[in-house]
Write a protein that binds this ligand. Sequence first.
Ligand SMILES: [Fe+2]
Ligand SMILES: [Fe+2]
Ligand SMILES: [Fe+2]
Length: 416
Amino acid sequence: MITNITKSNEFNLQLDFKQVIYALSDSLDFVGVDEIHHGKRVGIMAQECAKTMGMSEAQSKHVFEIGLLHDCGVSSTRVHQHLVSEFDWSSSQIHCDTGFELLNSVEFFRPMAMPIKYHHTHWQLLQDLDIDEKIKEYANIIYLADRVDVLGAAHYGKDILAAKEEIRRIVSEKSGEYFAPHINEAFWEASQKQAFWLSLTPEHIMHFMQNLSNERNSKLISPEELMEIALLFSKIVDTKSPFTMEHSFGVAKISRYLAEKLNLSKEVLYKIEIAGLLHDLGKLKIPDEILEKTDKLTENERGIIQIHSFETYEILSNITGLEDIARWAAYHHERADGKGYPFQINKDNLEIESKIIAASDVFQALVQNRPYRPALSIPEALVILNEMVIDGSLDSEIVKIISENSIECHELAFQR
Ligand SMILES: [Fe+2]
Ligand SMILES: [Fe+2]
Ligand SMILES: [Fe+2]
């Protein structure tokens, strides 16, 4: 439930839909850890098949966007591994249902929800379902492109042209059973061209995305819509681990509350809530085993965890109009004494909004269960927050407000 959304007429924030979606879809591709372009490749291939089938420009673009988001129901790197290493994994429907639930909750993603629900359903079953024929086609195109990508992943940028005939043969053998014959035919035709495969290499994908982002003809999204999208992505991040459930949402709520206490403007209240929701986007790249480790982390593992706030910056700074939100979100591990990470911002350049998110982040994490310790009580958490003020990592004024309103902050930490 979203509360207290600042109305769009109170300030001017208009964002480009495409930029927002393309940037945020990067975080979904992070779940592949070292294999980070899966969603984009599926989108590009699916779009090519749709065009070859004679679908309109708008329908083909829609298929591309479904491809970008098709695996939004997966935030666990372990689950992702199954999906990309097994051609037909028996538990694959779970992420399809999760993706459906997520997208169905946001109005303008709703048209993508049904195709994503069925993007691992065999054509043999799909063709008899009582759903719109176009949805079946979209779902099955994504399924085919997704499975092609699983077969191609080890070959892009290496020997994809040598591997392409074998991939085409394996996929075409599934025609009629897994994939609709007419969709398989379109794939067969489109994938004959070498360019189909060469466009899937990392450097070409970046070029492709850049060109798309530069097209400035997409719809604009309002602050209310941005809030819904941020909420959706925060759920994806928070469901990565049972230990981080509610984390981003709690940080967003506490941050907004503290900003209110500090009499910051309505625009800041809105933006800090968005920044709180998105501050850990980069965590999607951390392997589950590291995030859930109960023993002491090695130096290398700590390094891998520390990359996440830099990744958050990389994603959000791609969105024109979100520059301040990108800073506030990504600087949540910076410290007033300049010893934080990853930018080592010094206190003169650390904005109050970043300091608010930093303190909220620590408080929410302390009062929540972690793999290596149970949740701390409010007094125990406050002791640690005050120690962090003394050692220069948190802001004294902000920690004072948390201490004076600790019951409220604790409630907000677990609000849903
Ligand atoms: Fe999938
Ligand atoms: Fe996939
Ligand atoms: Fe973080």
